[in-house]
Design a protein around this ligand. Structure first.
Ligand SMILES: [Cu+2]
Length: 281
């Protein structure tokens, strides 16, 4: 009897904890409300199944408790029960998978007007690259990575010259503009995750993975690495700031392009004393 009561209390406690918990999602800052809906559907299904199974256990513990002279009936197979349980389980699993697949399709179907932003992960920092005035990112290769070229951008590719390189600093994005995030790692597995954007994806060395989203709220958001990537994993954090168009333009103006970084003489702040500022591009 005590066990049955404990089981019932576990169900009641779990449901109350879910409803009254102070820990919930951070307020959303992207178009991916679908992700939240998918999670809610999963909570409902798993919650209902959990409650049903545990309450059934409590019922059985009470109903079939030990009584003097009573013997259990042995019934190794029940076709009726098995087919009923198979169908119910199949419907439950499909109901959890279908919304996920539907959202996934949208998550990786990038709208035509999305601008590209590259995220480069390495132990243990985040760097970013924007396509520059031509709207195209130059090609890159991990073999080209050096202290002068931390992202391994191909110096022969004309498309890469005007790429804006944001090395180990904050990324800014304009509000309400769709972006395609191209994810690259130059050492081990990492995972780009911004909880408020409801978006995360693994970054695999040798591959470019991607998803898209539209930031819907200005603010400062933390980038976390969601893949255990070495001893520095816990402090692999970054910042994405969603700006108004004007703030974004101001920030963009202060950034350096790949061409400027490869030729320090062209970067304003690095001009040697006595050298003419006219060489500054
Ligand atoms: Cu990492």
């Amino acid at each position: 009897m005590a066990i049955a009561l404990v089981l019932v209390l576990i169900v009641v406690g779990s449901v109350l904890f879910h409803v009254l918990s102070p820990w919930w999602w951070t307020p959303i800052a992207s178009n991916w409300g679908y992700i939240d809906t998918t999670l809610v559907i999963t909570f409902w299904i798993t919650g209902a199944v959990f409650a049903a199974v545990v309450l059934f256990m409590a019922y059985c513990v009470y109903r079939f408790r030990h009584k003097e002279g009573q013997k259990a009936h042995y019934e190794p197979e029940s076709r009726k029960l098995e087919s009923w349980l198979t169908v119910a389980t199949a419907i439950g699993v499909a109901a959890m998978l279908a919304p996920g697949l539907y959202v996934w399709k949208q998550f990786v179907t990038v709208p035509d007007d999305a601008t590209e932003v590259e995220v480069v992960a390495q132990q243990w920092q985040w760097s970013f690259r924007l396509p520059g005035a031509d709207g195209k990112l130059g090609t890159s290769n991990a073999r080209l990575v050096s202290s002068d070229n931390p992202l391994g951008i191909n110096p022969e590719d004309p498309n890469g010259q005007d790429d804006v390189v944001v090395e180990a600093a904050d990324l800014h994005l304009p509000i309400d503009k769709p972006v395609k995030m191209l994810l690259r790692s130059i050492d081990v597995l990492h995972d780009f995750y911004v909880p408020e954007f409801r978006a995360k994806m693994d970054m695999v060395p040798g591959m470019i993975t991607y998803f898209w989203f539209t930031p819907t709220r200005t603010g400062t958001f933390e980038v976390l690495c969601a893949e255990l990537c070495g001893v520095g994993h816990n402090f692999m954090r970054g910042v994405v700031m969603v700006d108004t168009d004007q703030d974004y333009a101001t920030w963009l103006q202060q950034q350096s392009t790949f061409a400027q970084l490869s030729d320090p003489a062209k970067v304003g702040v690095l001009v040697e004393p006595g050298r003419s500022k006219a060489t500054v591009k």
